[in-house]
Design a protein around this ligand. Sequence first.
Ligand SMILES: Nc1ncnc2c1ncn2[C@@H]1O[C@H](COP(=O)(O)OP(=O)(O)OP(=O)(O)O)[C@@H](O)[C@H]1O
Length: 259
Amino acid sequence: MSAPALSVSHVSKEFTLYHNRAMALKTRFLGLFHADKRQQRERFQALTDVSFDVGQGQSLGLLGHNGSGKSTLLQVIANILTPTSGHVIARGRVAPLIQLGVGFNPELTGYENVFLNASLYGFRNREVRKRLEAIVEFAELSRFIDSPLKHYSSGMQMRLGFAVAVHLEPDIVLADEILSVGDQAFQEKCLAKIAELRRNGMTLLLVSHSPDQVNKFCDYYIRLDKGRVIEEGRITHKDARPAATPNVRLVHPPETRGK
Ligand SMILES: Nc1ncnc2c1ncn2[C@@H]1O[C@H](COP(=O)(O)OP(=O)(O)OP(=O)(O)O)[C@@H](O)[C@H]1O
């Protein structure tokens, strides 16, 4: 049995919230200039003891209300955030479709940014050149590709970021709300591309508010609430891949859920 593509083990993430600004304004309003101006800090637990494995070629949907910790978890997995405790192992090339366009340079052209962005994924220029036409065509930016990125709309920048990420043969795609990329026609194209990569054996972690989208693209789901896994399960649908490779290991037995 091959190792899981993604192992998330006991991941917790704590943020520090600062309240000094609000206090200073309040004390000023009350004329209490000599009141206590010490910075107040509060610890905020965004994720608590999250664990799961995703087998190669499997896909997992992350559901949960606003603020439940989905994006934080994705950013920990993408190595954008460091967990306070626990760890993540990703086996293969990871394409984080989050914060698309981060790493772009607004002064460089779209063309130059493709190379810049691809180098962040560890691609050599030679390899990028082979895929350049497909990337530009997918992003529908051929007219603008020699213009500086600062003249692109935010939607155009996201399209370019998405196109680069999905054309670099990722083994694992981390997607946060795919549907927010571009207009409706482009969103459908993105979803079709994700479906194509899935058929070719890519592992997918999909954050979504849409149970329909998770049902369509995922084999398993977990639901987060206040940073904890409160629900998990297998999705049975006609396109589900056979579970020949290790499946999502759901590690929260029912008696511990929600605690
Ligand atoms: N850098 C940060 N500093 C402090 N708190 C943060 C930080 N990033 C996220 N949080 C908090 O962590 C919690 C989880 O946020 P997160 O963005 O992961 O939620 P989410 O489930 O993705 O929400 P949404 O569905 O609205 O995108 C929220 O309460 C948020 O305010």
